[in-house]
Design a protein around this ligand. Structure first.
Ligand code: PEP
Ligand code: MN
Length: 342
C-alpha cells in the first residue's frame, strides 16, 4: 500500500482479493503496509487483470513466486548439469556444439563434423527436418538426414542434437538423436513441447523470435511437466528493428535465465548474427556473460551450403572460434573439453 493509504483503502483491497477467491494476509509495518495474496494461478491472473493496481491506496503489485514451478531456480541450491550422450552441459563446464545448419549429404556432414571436432566441439548439431520460412526452400532430408547424422556420430564420436519440427516426428527422431532441438518458430508449439517432454531425450529449447523470458520459461515448463527436466535453454537472438543483422543477441538473457531457472543456458551466435563476421564476437560475448555453452554453424564449403551459408564458420573464423572456446571459459572457472587440434 502507498504510505498515505487509509484503513478504508486497505479494507477495500482485502475485500477485492477475497471476492476474487484469493486469501489476503495483511502485515502492517512502521513505514508501510503490505498485503500478501495467496491463490491459484487463475485467481492471481484475474486479480492482475481486474487492476488491483488501480485501486485507491495501492502503490505497487509484484509477483514473488514464479508461475513456472519445475524449471524455476527456487528450491535449487545449484543450477543443473544435464548430460547428452555422456557430455555435460552445466555450470561447471563449457560445451561447444557445432555442425552444419542442415544435413545435405553424408560427405558434407562428415566434413563439417570433423571440422567441429577439431575446433573443440563435444556435441554435433545438424538439421534433418528444417523449419524454412519459404516452402520453396530446401526442407531437409528428413529420415535420411537422421541416418546420416547417426553414421557420422559413430564415425566421429560426437553425440548429436537435431531439430524436431512436428510432434508426429518425435518418435522417429528419438530413435537416432541424442538430444532434440525445438526451434525458435516452435517455441510455443505446445503439443510438440509435450511430445518432446515425453520422449525421454534431453531437449534444447530455443527462444522464440519475440518471446519474453517468462514465455520462454513457461514453454520449458511444458516439457518439464511431462517428467523431463533435461532441458537446455538456447538464446539465439530476438527480432529487432535493425535490418543489417538477422536477430539481436540478447546477452542479458543468459544472466537472467540462469538466475530465474536452474536449467543450463547456451548461446547460438550463428542464428543471432546471420553473418559470419559477427559470430566470433557474439560467441565471446556469450561466454563472457556466463553461457554454459555455445552452438555454431560450421560448413566445409559455406559458399555452396544449402542453408545459412552466410553464417557458417570455416577456415580462419573457425580457428578464431576454437581459440575463444579454448581460452575464455577457463577465465570464468569452467572446465572446457575444448582443445585445439595439434
Ligand atoms: C537451427 O538451429 O537450425 C535453427 C533453425 O535455429 P532457430 O530455430 O534458432 O532459427
Ligand atoms: Mn540455420
Amino acid at each position: 500500500m502507498a504510505p498515505g493509504a487509509s484503513d478504508a483503502d486497505l479494507h477495500a483491497v482485502v475485500a477485492h482479493i477475497e471476492a476474487s477467491g484469493g486469501q489476503a494476509f495483511v502485515s502492517r509495518g512502521v513505514m508501510r503496509t503490505i498485503v500478501g495474496v495467496v491463490g491459484s494461478e487463475e485467481v492471481l491472473e484475474s486479480l492482475d487483470a481486474e487492476g488491483l493496481r488501480g485501486l485507491s491506496g495501492v502503490a505497487e503489485t509484484m509477483r514473488i513466486t514464479a508461475p513456472y514451478k519445475l524449471v524455476s531456480a527456487q528450491n535449487h541450491a545449484r543450477r543443473t548439469t544435464i548430460r547428452v550422450g555422456g557430455v555435460p552441459i552445466g555450470p561447471d563446464t563449457f560445451t561447444l556444439i557445432a555442425g552444419p545448419c542442415a544435413v545435405e549429404t553424408a560427405e558434407q556432414t562428415l566434413a563439417a563434423a570433423q571440422l567441429a571436432k577439431r575446433a573443440g566441439a563435444t556435441l554435433l548439431r545438424g538439421g534433418a527436418y528444417k523449419p524454412r520460412t519459404s516452402p520453396y526452400a530446401f526442407q531437409g532430408l528428413g529420415l535420411d538426414g537422421l541416418r546420416i547424422l547417426a553414421e557420422v556420430r559413430d564415425e566421429v564420436q560426437l553425440p548429436f542434437v537435431t531439430e524436431v519440427v512436428d510432434a508426429g516426428d518425435v518418435d522417429s527422431v528419438v530413435q537416432y538423436a541424442d538430444m532434440l532441438q525445438i526451434g525458435t518458430r516452435n517455441m510455443q508449439n505446445f503439443s510438440l513441447l509435450q511430445a518432446a517432454g515425453a520422449s525421454g531425450k534431453p531437449v534444447m529449447l530455443k527462444r522464440g523470435l519475440t518471446a519474453t523470458y517468462e514465455e520462454w520459461l513457461m514453454a520449458a515448463e511444458y516439457i518439464a511437466q511431462r517428467g523431463n527436466l533435461d532441458i537446455v535453454l538456447c538464446e539465439r537472438g530476438i527480432r529487432s528493428f535493425e535490418p543489417s543483422i538477422r536477430n539481436m543477441l540478447d546477452v542479458s538473457a543468459v544472466a537472467i535465465m540462469q538466475r530465474q531457472s536452474h536449467l543450463p543456458v547456451i548461446v547460438d551466435p550463428s542464428h543471432a548474427a546471420g553473418r559470419r563476421d559477427l559470430v566470433v564476437p557474439l560467441a565471446r560475448a556469450g561466454i563472457a556473460a556466463g553461457a554454459d555453452g555455445i552452438m555454431v554453424d560450421v560448413h566445409a564449403h559455406p559458399e555452396s551450403a544449402l542453408v545459412d551459408g552466410a553464417q557458417a564458420l570455416s577456415g580462419a573464423t573457425l580457428e578464431e572460434l576454437a581459440v575463444a572456446v579454448a581460452t575464455l571459459p577457463a577465465l570464468l572457472g569452467r572446465t572446457s573439453a575444448a582443445h585445439l587440434a595439434g
